[in-house]
Design a protein around this ligand. Sequence first.
Ligand SMILES: [Zn+2]
Length: 453
Amino acid sequence: MNVKSMVDSYRDELVSRLGKLVAVPSVEGEALPDAPFGAGPRDVLKAALEMMEKDGFKTVNLDNYIGYAEMGEGEQVIGVVGHLDVVPVVKEDWKTDPFTMVEKDGVLYGRGVSDDKGAVVASMIAMKVLRDMNVPMTRRIRLIMGTNEETGSQGLKYYVQHEGDVDYGFTPDGDFPAINGEKGMVGGVYRSKNTKLIDVEGGTAGNIVCSKVTARIAKNSYSPKKLGDYFNNANLNYTVTEGENDDTIIVIGKAAHASTPEMGKNAISYLFMALQNAGFQDPFVDFYCSHFGLNTDGDGLGCKCSDEYGALTLNNGVIHMKDGVVEGTIDIRFPVTMCSKQILKMIEEHAEDEGGAVEMHKGVEPLFFAPDSPLVTSLVSAYREVTGDNETQPMVIGGGTYAKGIRNTIAFGCAFPNQDYHIHDADEWVTVDELLKQAEIYVAGIQKLLEIQ
Ligand SMILES: [Zn+2]
C-alpha cells in the first residue's frame, strides 16, 4: 500500500477525532489550580493525549501546560509542535455552532478545524502511518501539543524549560511549503502632553491596524471643509458631530494584521493627517505626522530598512488619552538579517521633539534558516514530492509562530497556498482532503528529517 492510501484509510478516524477536539471550547480561561490556562485548554489536551495513549504511543502531560506523544528510539528528537487552544468566537457571525464540527460536501466547519486542531489531528494520523510503515527510527518523534499559543506561548516555554529544545522540528501552524524566516519585533509607545486634543481613543490591539478612532477637539480650531476633503480624497468614512464647544470626529479605517500594515488603512494616521491639513495647530499632531504619518515603513522614525527577504513594517494600533497625556502603541517587524539593537539605534536619534517622545521596549530577535539549510530543504522537498507544486517558494513572514519559541524549528503547513480558511474568523473551514494531504506531507517531512545525517 502506498502512503496516500494508508493515510486515506484513516479518513473516518481523522474526522471523528477532530470533531471531538473541536467540541472542547479551548479558549483561554481563568487559571485554576490544575489548569494554568483555564478548563478548556486543560480538557482538550487531556482528550488529545488520551487518543494517542489509546493508540499505544507514550504520552506525557506537563502539568496541563503542554503535552506530547512520542514514538521511536534514539537520543535526538524530531518535534512536531502544534496547538490545541483556539481564539474566541463571535457566535452570531457563524452560520453553524463553532464548537460542533459540521461536515458539508467534504468541507469541515468549526473553530480550530484549520488553526490548529486540524493540523494536530493530521499529525496524529501521520504518526500512526509511520508506525504502520515500520519506518526505522533512529530519532524519536514527538507530537508536542500546546494549549497557549494564541495568548502568549507560555506552555511552550514550560516545555523548553522541562524538556529542552528539539533537534529538528516543524510547527504545522503557518504555510506550505514552509516559513523559513520570521521577522524580528520591537514594540514601544509614543507619548505627548503637548496637545490641544481634548480626547482621543481608537484601536483594539497593538498588532492590528486601527480601524476606528474617535477624537474631540475645540470648535473653530480647524477647517471642517478641508477635513472633509481630506477624508473624501482618501475614500474614508467619517462623521463630525458638533457639540456646544467642541466637535467629535469619528474616522473609520480598515483593519489588517500589524505584519502587513500596508493592507489596512490606519484610522489614527488618517485622522491626524487630515487635522494637520485642516489647519489644526498642534505640536503633538505635527509630531505624529512627521514620525509616522501614513507611512508604514518606519521612514519617519528613521528606521526604514529592508533586506532581500523583506522590509521593515510599522503599525500604530491603539491610541488613548488619560490625564491630558496622549499615548499610542508602536509595533515594528524588522528584516530577518538584522537585530533589534540596530533598529533601536536608528530610532534613538528621532525619538523626541517638543511634540512628543517615543519609548521603545526590548525586542524579539528574528528567526531565519537559509533556504538551502537541511531543515528547509528537507521539508520543502517533502511538500513538493507529495503535491507536485514546485512553484511556491518558502517564505519570510512578519508574524510569529511557535518556531520562535523552540530551537531548530520552522513553520511547515498547515495552510495550502492561496487559501483563506477564515482563521481567527467566523466559519473557519478546511476540507477533509486537505487534512489527509497534510498528513501525507507530514509523513514525508518526518521521514526526510529522520534521514538528515
Ligand atoms: Zn495557530
